[in-house]
Ligand binder design. Structure first.
Ligand code: IPM
Ligand code: MG
Length: 372
């Protein structure tokens, strides 16, 4: 029996191509793993009304880790679902499977390392080395949303919230409510993860990203929690910034930042900005990490327009595979793989289109594999 069971979830579009690339390097490393395919994606929503079928959930309950490609996430409303024959009359609303997966398996840490590999022509500046910890299950991603707004909710809000009176005369179908829900426990878990990481890897500073000056309840709770937790880590500086200012400062001086920790949506935004500083979509890798399971993925989407061309950069996914090796405790393989990626970037002989080259997805993977 293999040492590890890995769920293999290509998903849609170029997700399939970049996972093929990741498999090339994992095979070259001889990782002792059984890879088990899981159905996930747009196709299954159209066929079965579920983009993340029960059988795939079962699979994830029985593996050590998973690699995930990408999924087409379209904001489909019930009315649009009615146009798909298989789904007609079911009143279904599409919800992103990756968001559901994060919540269902309590993959509360979204870990996004941001590293400028020397020689990458896309680096905004050399030597950027930031690690983003994004809360991955709460916040505006709660899924608690109303459009139209139910009458009982409107009546309750009128009773208990003064500012809500501004909406009192608006018809219920003329506004919408999305609930930003943050718990003390959820905030503690991600903030502790960020500080523990900083301690373990000798990082000096953790910056909390928030908007507590306006969004007082939820972001206030997040920031206050960070202040409490920071007391347990005397060697590490607690820093904080509002999300808006943060986007400016990150560009102005990325070297001021070390570890960032943020609620879900700000973390989503800031991690894209950070990824762009070190090469963009082809370099943003991500780990969705819980206490029992972790799912690794490139940060990019399924890029339907490039599907079938095998032209996108697989480095993001290969670095996600490196993160998986770390999580499995295969440190030597992880280091070897990262070094191989760094070498290929530095040499600059094989480059995909985003890096200004003509090489294809699998050529890049094979070049990296050749260094292993
Ligand atoms: C990400 C993506 C997802 C998110 C989408 C695809 C639902 O943007 O992983 O950052 O918003 O979390
Ligand atoms: Mg995102």
């Amino acid at each position: 029996m293999a040492k590890y069971k890995i769920a293999w979830l290509p998903g849609d579009g170029i997700g399939i191509e970049v996972l093929e690339a990741a498999k090339i390097v994992l095979d070259k490393l001889n990782l002792d793993a059984e890879y088990i395919h899981g159905d996930i994606g747009w196709e299954f929503w159209c066929k079965e009304g579920d983009a993340f079928p029960e059988r795939t959930i079962d699979l994830l309950n029985n593996v050590n880790a998973a690699m995930f490609g990408a999924i087409t996430s379209k904001p489909v409303k019930a009315a649009e679902a009615e146009l798909i024959p298989e789904l007609k009359g079911k009143g279904l609303v599409y919800r992103s499977p990756i968001v559901r997966m994060r919540q269902l398996f309590d993959l509360y840490t979204c870990l996004r390392p941001i590293k400028a590999y020397p020689g990458n022509p896309l680096n905004f500046k050399e030597n950027i080395d930031i690690v983003v910890f994004r809360e991955n299950t709460e916040d505006l991603y709660s899924g608690v949303e109303f459009n139209p707004v139910p009458e009982e909710l409107r009546d309750l809000l009128l009773k208990i919230s003064k500012p809500f009176s501004a909406f009192k005369d608006i018809p219920l179908d003329r506004y919408a409510i999305s609930c930003k829900i943050n718990t003390k426990k959820g905030s503690e878990k991600i903030i502790c993860a960020a500080f523990n990481f900083a301690k373990k890897f000798g990082r000096k500073k953790v910056t909390v990203v928030h908007k507590a000056n306006v969004v007082r309840a939820t972001d206030g709770l997040f920031f206050e929690t960070a202040k409490e937790i920071a007391k347990d880590y005397p060697g590490i500086q607690l820093d904080d910034a509002n999300i808006d200012a943060m986007t400016m400062w990150l560009l102005k001086n990325p070297f001021n930042y070390d570890v960032l920790v943020a609620p879900n949506l700000y973390g989503d935004i800031i991690s894209d900005l950070c990824a762009q500083m070190v090469g963009g979509l082809g370099f943003g890798c991500s780990g969705n990490i819980g206490d029992k399971l972790a799912v690794f993925e490139p940060t990019h989407g399924s890029a339907p327009k490039y599907f079938g061309q095998y032209k996108v950069n697989p480095i993001a996914t290969i670095l996600a595979a490196k993160m998986m090796l770390d999580w499995l405790g295969e440190k030597d393989m992880a280091v070897k793989l990262e070094n191989a990626v760094a070498e290929v970037i530095k040499e600059g002989k094989v480059r995909t289109y985003d890096m200004g080259g003509n090489n294809k997805t699998l050529e890049m993977a094979n070049e990296i594999a050749s260094k292993l």
